[in-house]
Design a protein around this ligand. Structure first.
Ligand SMILES: C[S@@+](CC[C@H](N)C(=O)[O-])C[C@H]1O[C@@H](n2cnc3c(N)ncnc32)[C@H](O)[C@@H]1O
Length: 276
């Protein structure tokens, strides 16, 4: 489970430090999501759970006349996103520290809501989606991505053999976390206030390590992001060294052509607000 409290603390800080490697892991997927977003009209775009801002910045590049707002519950990630935006000089993208469950934009209702894997972490998804629909312009469109099931995402279970079972297999697979919307039927029940749903599967390659030492690079990534990171945060000394060595052993078996690259798969979900 990864809920709001984790994102406001250790997990959000790790993602703020690691945005280059998380963006890399999504690099083969993001163009598919941007293409799906490009198919929808919208001049007031809201990126939900924007993280370090990669999607917001991509949408802003594609829509110079739109106002793009990224919101996130992690202040560390909003700081990282704001710094990136300042470096690009783009004036029509802004980032706000906010919980999607309570967000209101005093300047006007969004007419296009987007997210790259930022909507699976709500404690009460139907309440949040109903709120987002109510805050949106009439007939607003939404385009977001989320992971498909673990069977399509072997990167997620990479270290099962070297992690305690309770970490490898979360108690509630539908609870807040990366796989909360893996099942479209369940996701549909969560999307209160939204109609005309479509789910399109997209397979992609998840690059976890590259460069001079891809295994060390991937270790650096997985030591901060994902289930092994949660475990590593609780161990020290020899236990930590042993776990890192075991992870390196697993990663060696996935080194091909100078990369640790693993199959991955996501849904691109489209919807329209039924808020009249
Ligand atoms: C898997 S990360 C994705 C980040 C970013 N969209 C990206 O693609 O790099 C999920 C993001 O959702 C944010 N998040 C989780 N719960 C949230 C909430 N209730 N309101 C706003 N953001 C939230 C987290 O802080 C985190 O940045």
């Amino acid at each position: 489970m990864t809920g709001g409290a984790e994102w406001q603390g250790r997990v959000g800080r790790a993602w703020a430090d690691e945005w280059r490697r998380t963006d890399r892991s999504f690099a083969a997927f993001t163009p598919h999501l941007l293409a799906a977003i490009a198919a929808q009209a919208g001049t007031r775009v809201l990126d939900i759970g924007c993280g370090a801002g990669d999607l917001s910045l991509g949408v802003a590049r594609a829509r110079p006349n739109a106002q793009v707002t990224g919101i996130d519950i992690s202040s560390d990630l909003i700081a990282a996103a704001s710094q990136r935006a300042a470096e690009t000089g783009a004036r029509h993208v802004r980032f706000r520290h906010a919980d999607a469950a309570e967000y209101r934009d005093a300047d006007g209702a969004p007419d296009l809501l987007v997210s790259r894997h930022g909507v699976m972490f709500f404690a009460d998804p139907p309440a949040v989606f109903r709120h987002l629909a109510a805050q949106s312009a009439q007939g607003a469109h939404m385009v977001f991505s989320c992971f498909r099931g673990r069977q399509h995402n072997p990167w997620a279970n990479l270290f099962d053999g070297v992690l305690p079972a309770a970490i490898a297999a979360p108690a509630d697979p539908l609870g807040p976390g990366p796989f909360a919307f893996a099942d479209p039927d369940h996701a549909q029940r969560c999307l209160a206030g939204w109609a005309n749903l479509t789910f399109t599967p997209v397979d992609f390659t998840y690059v976890a390590g590259a460069g001079d030492d891809p295994v060390a690079d991937a270790i650096g990534f997985f030591a901060r992001i994902g289930p092994a990171a949660a475990r590593l945060a609780t161990v020290a000394g020899d236990d930590r060294a042993q776990l890192l060595a075991a992870m390196a052993g697993v990663l060696e078996t996935h080194l091909h052509h100078g990369q640790i690259a693993l199959p991955a798969s996501a849904w691109i979900v489209t919807a329209q607000s039924d808020h009249a």
